[in-house]
Design a protein around this ligand. Structure first.
Ligand SMILES: [Fe+2]
Ligand SMILES: [Fe+2]
Length: 195
């Protein structure tokens, strides 16, 4: 198991939102490796971790980063629309896989498809969206977005950790659609400064 290999996303140190999200893309890639390499009895937990990470990461991008990019970077509307299409396709594949379960005979081939979709999407974000954010958003704006992403993720932790009370304990269980809805709700409350 590689439980300790990944930092908890909300504890990540990057002050710049672009650095933070690129680091999370690397974590997501490692988590795909973990699911692929896991023994059959460990695979469900590895896949649950990947599912939670994807739900929280994509929701934070959709709530914090894409809206800003849409308004503020050159060609932002088209760039963000393309990224949302990719994210929706990845969510569709993820929901399909979750419905099948890790012991389904097609799980590994489905996982390979999801991996390609997610990692191509991450590359497109880095190349078309984040590069422009780096060039066209101020350092202060990028720091503020990182705070927003981290605040949101602290409320939607990708794994239980001490101090998280019962309200948030089970929020990231269940099918991806439920996880995403719950993460989005918590994220919006975090961005409004509620707890
Ligand atoms: Fe994304
Ligand atoms: Fe991303």
């Amino acid at each position: 198991m590689t439980e300790t290999r990944h930092p908890v996303p909300e504890a990540m140190k990057e002050a710049d939102v672009v650095d933070l999200l690129i680091h999370q893309h690397a974590m997501i890639r490692d988590m795909f490796d973990d699911v692929e390499a896991a023994a059959p009895e460990e695979r469900p937990e590895c896949f649950r971790r990947l599912t939670r990470m994807l739900a929280v990461h994509e929701t934070a991008e959709e709530e914090v980063v894409h809206p800003y990019a849409r308004r503020r970077i050159d060609g932002g509307a088209g760039i963000v629309d393309d990224r949302l299409k990719e994210e929706n396709e990845a969510k569709r594949l993820l929901a399909l896989l979750c419905g099948q379960g890790t012991d389904h005979p097609d799980f590994m081939s489905g996982l390979a498809l999801l991996r390609v979709a997610v990692l191509e999407h991450a590359r497109a974000e880095e190349r078309y969206e984040f590069a422009r954010l780096r060039a066209q958003a101020s350092a202060a704006e990028r720091r503020a977005m990182a705070l927003g992403v981290r605040a949101a993720e602290a409320m939607a932790p990708t794994r239980p950790h001490p101090g998280v009370e019962s309200a948030t304990k089970n929020l990231l269980l269940g099918p991806p659609t439920a996880i995403i809805d719950r993460a989005r709700d918590l994220l919006r409350r975090a961005l409004r400064g509620e707890r």
